[in-house]
Design a protein around this ligand. Structure first.
Ligand code: NAD
Length: 469
């Protein structure tokens, strides 16, 4: 018996085709997800359209109250949700993983509910009174990835609901059960039809992105799919928020203390076993402290247990799927063949049931090596030596993506000056990837456009309207 059996039963598909979801740690079946069709998507959009006006008419206070209740409902089911998430996605219960993700769902719901968005007086000079308000868009489509399936769904639906919209959610085909279960719990507190999950393949996502009755798409996923969504949204001039891939650089300045920063560097890179959009994916270290940073990071990494997520002792899990495993393994093999030095890992067990790839650190690697230049999205970190800060900044900015970045130094003023030169949506100082529901987050360059979180995130889910007169 699993703690989440009742929850899983409550989302059991009715008639129609299903997809068997497997645990990436063991290969065992976790459950069946419905394989919805585009016709079922159309029905969900119609139901959302019907439910939306009454929801919008409730006003901000009543909608926020419902979101607060939804947060409570998530917390009541937190352990079941975390265990199901761990089995489907692979991430451990402990560490900044499954329980953390469910906790974040409640936190983001509460912040979306509690962030004030008063009407803005633009001009009031006795002759003209112009006021800016944000009206509901209507029905929003939420398309998400498999790495943080519950949290990213909440990032998309919480501001959408707060702003008076209905939502149709299309989860990743790798992790639909987590999203179905989460929305089932949230829906205990919401009117029927307002939020529906349509669990199907890429064709369902493509239909949603082109659907005439969808006013906005919130998308988190790969840059390639983001570009496809931009194209399919064109005919209906849909609003888009695109959170796409990243290949975040971290720059360690020469005065940093290797031992003091090693643990935070590790989690910046290996959170969710490296399967995080804004994880540290290229580490640039000044030559004076290069060996010391490699040594300290190796010591921290060696001590972090990887294994089945339901085992309380583990803090790192498997890759979520075989395709991702193959990408990571291929990039590390190519790096090794090019002469880079493997400090740790790089030798996955041959006959294992799950997609476990060991924590891997790669030193003395060329900046043009694919392990540096491409998004590995897994537990393999390249560490590149630099001589001057100008060189490190140029290398950090050389790619066509720019989601996050970080600068590491006890001298905050110096670190901020370097941060200002980096082309990325967020630059953290002495940490990496720390998102906060009160602080806007979004990408530069091909990492996407539009902001999530905070008041900017609410505005992105509304239609700005000026009343002038
Ligand atoms: P993906 O782009 O393959 O899939 C994401 C979603 O898009 C899935 O639900 C998929 O079914 C759907 N989809 C596929 N084709 C579509 C189409 N033509 N139209 C509409 N929808 C379509 O991404 P993934 O592999 O699930 O996720 C990993 C990627 O996501 C990584 O690149 C990662 O960096 C990125 N990511 C970004 C953020 C961020 O906030 N920037 C967060 C998490 C992940």
């Amino acid at each position: 018996m699993e703690t989440y059996d009742a929850l899983l039963a409550s989302i059991a598909p009715g008639r129609g085709p299903t997809r068997t979801i497997h645990d990436p740690a063991t290969g065992a079946a976790v459950g069946e997800a419905p394989e919805h069709t585009v016709e079922q998507l159309d029905a969900a959009v119609a139901a959302a359209r019907a439910a939306q006006p009454a929801w919008a008419a409730l006003g901000h206070d009543a909608r926020s109250a419902a979101l607060l209740k939804a947060a409570d409902a998530v917390e009541r089911s937190a352990e079941e949700l975390a265990r199901l998430l761990s089995r489907e996605q692979g991430k451990p219960l402990n560490g900044p993983n499954a329980r953390f993700e469910v906790g974040a769902c409640a936190a983001w719901l509460r912040t979306a509910a509690g962030t004030p968005l008063p009407a803005e007086t633009l001009l009031d000079d006795g002759e003209t009174r112009a006021e800016l308000q944000y009206r509901p868009i209507g029905v929003v489509g939420a398309i998400g990835p498999w790495n943080w399936p519950m949290m990213i769904t909440v990032w998309q639906i919480a501001p959408a609901l707060r702003m008076g919209n209905a939502v149709v959610v299309k989860p990743s085909e790798y992790t639909p059960l987590s999203v179905l279960a989460l929305v089932k719990v949230i829906n205990e507190e919401l009117p029927e039809g307002l939020v529906t999950v349509v669990s199907g393949g890429r064709e369902v996502g493509a239909r949603l992105a082109g659907h005439p009755d969808i006013g906005k798409i919130m998308f988190t996923g790969s840059t390639a799919t983001g570009k496809a969504i931009i194209r399919s949204s064109a005919d209906t001039v849909k609003r888009l928020t695109l959170e796409l891939g990243g290949n975040d650089a971290g720059i360690v300045l020469p005065d940093a203390d290797p031992k003091a920063i090693a643990q935070d560097l590790f989690w910046g890179a290996f959170i969710n076993t490296g399967q995080t959009c804004a994880a540290l994916k290229r580490l640039y270290v000044h030559e004076d402290i290069y060996d010391a940073v490699c040594e300290e990071l190796t010591a921290v990494a060696k001590a972090m247990p990887m294994g089945n997520g339901l085992d309380e002792s583990n803090v790192l899990g498997p890759l979520q799927n075989k395709a991702q495993y193959t990408i990571v393994a291929g990039l590390v093999e190519d790096a090794r063949a090019s002469g880079a030095r493997i400090l740790l890992g790089g030798d996955p067990a041959a006959d294992q049931p799950g997609y476990f790839y060991p924590t891997t650190l790669v030193a003395d690697i060329d900046n043009n090596n694919p392990l540096v230049a491409e998004e590995q999205f897994g537990p393999a970190l390249p560490i590149i030596k630099y001589s001057t800060v100008d060189e490190a900044v140029a290398k950090a900015n050389a790619l066509d993506v720019g989601l996050g970045a970080s600068v590491w130094s006890p001298d905050l003023q110096a670190a901020r000056a370097v941060a200002a030169r980096i082309q990325a949506g967020t630059v953290w100082i002495n940490r990496h990837g720390a998102v906060d529901p009160r602080i806007p987050f979004g990408g530069a360059k091909q990492s996407g456009y539009g902001l999530e979180f905070g008041v900017e995130g609410l505005k992105a889910l509304g239609v700005p309207q000026v009343i002038n007169g």
